[in-house]
Design a protein around this ligand. Sequence first.
Ligand SMILES: [Zn+2]
Length: 536
Amino acid sequence: MKKILIAISFMVIFLPSCSKSTKTKLVVYLVSDQLTPDIFNKYDSLFTGGFRWLIDNGIRYTNVHHNHANTSTGPGHFALSTGVHPGNGGIIDNEWYDRELKRIYYVVEDTIAKNFSGKDSGRSYRNIKNTSLADWMKENNHKSKVVSLSGKDRSAVLMGGKDPDLALWYDKAGGYTTSDYYFPALPLWIKNFNNNLNVSSYKDSVWTRLKDDHIYAKYARSDDFLGEKIFSKNKKSKAILPFAFRDMSTSSLLRGFYEFPQGDRSLINLAMDAVDRMDLGKDNAPDLLFLGLSATDGVGHHYGPNSVEQLDNYLRLDKNLMHLIDFIDSEIGLDNALFVLSSDHGVMVLPEYLISQKIASGRVNLTYKREVYSDIIRKINLKIGPGKIIDSDNNFYFSRGLSKEESAIATKIIKEMVVSIEGIERALHIDDIVNLPANEENNRLKNMVDRLKSPDVYVLLKKNWIWKSVYGSSHGTHHSYDSHVPLIISRNKSKNKLVDLKAYTVDAPVTIAEILDIDYPKSVDGKPLEVNFIYK
Ligand SMILES: [Zn+2]
């Protein structure tokens, strides 16, 4: 590779080293949804499996953030896959209002393609403009194979790139699926996998605590905490482990299976089958196995971080990841594999827990919010005429062709009125955002904006406030708890190392490309990180 490499983080410059490895036969790229970096300090002594192996054999970057403010699954995976800020790639959220289509547009929708199962419309990479790490690998060597698997379609699609050999996601109906963009039909071995998975049979099973009670008493907040989701309709039920799946309706279980640790375990089993079936890591052309582990997000949304449930989920993931690592050792040999672990976004701590710790926090009152938004639209309609502004997903979209004066009137009304809603920090027009002085938070805001697609006015939450009104936690803001994620790059027998230099998730795919010694577009936003340690 002839590129001049500029490591970010205060312009540390390094030159390509002769120690560059060309022996990687398999890259295992793990993205655990809503995985927060603090767990590697808090629960360090509890991790004895896959997390332990990744830490002990790798470099752990402790100061990595998503450098965008739309901190949700679509934009996060896009950054980790393409090295491009979501605003620059037009990936402004998981979904958004499309002014031309006059409807909500889903980030990986494809109206031409059809999924083989489930109720969702077609999914694919067809409408994504930027190339991904997966594409760079295949362009570099046509024998390189790409397998992208996740509980979520947007995660599997965005990481798989334009032409993966396999992209599968959970269909929210009891099995893993793909679309006819990728295959003419669902391969038989996947049908068999789904039959054996038999998600409905989980109705008879119970999610128990993996470790003794004293571990949870020491490391998690008390179980059955106010603000946690209760699935059972029985009024006496509590949000605690053990959790009996019979407390969910069959349709909720089929829909939400991927949001439980059992879902991630099935995904890891699927990954091991895929390594075998697709002969990953068997020749000198490096292959990519991407795994989008979605249960961390589901459990976090239901119970919040620091919960007994999320701790137990991490412990189970730690154990299951070790199965995967052991399997890769037996199939390929660990010396031939490179592992990367990161996350698509962070999360806010449960508001009820923050309040119990005397920290100002809360949930937006959605009934009041709806009233204020209706008043805003009514007032704007009176001033500039009806039908020119709509609100969608808390933000405001203006019709194209609004005069500067009309736009200024509407913006002023929104800015003045939204701050009456408790929990709202301020509203910003995208012109305000692009002109903000550069700093960490402002840069995140700037990097989420696409001038053609973005809402005209974004409504921003105060720190430690969420839109989620009833239970659980969420993410999606410009605040650091949503942007701060882990990044661990590991290779067998590497010295473990902590690095606290500032880095960004867009740097991850570019760094992997550098390790593999393959080309990537010069236009990407990411910069390669220094990883020479990895070969020691
Ligand atoms: Zn989420």
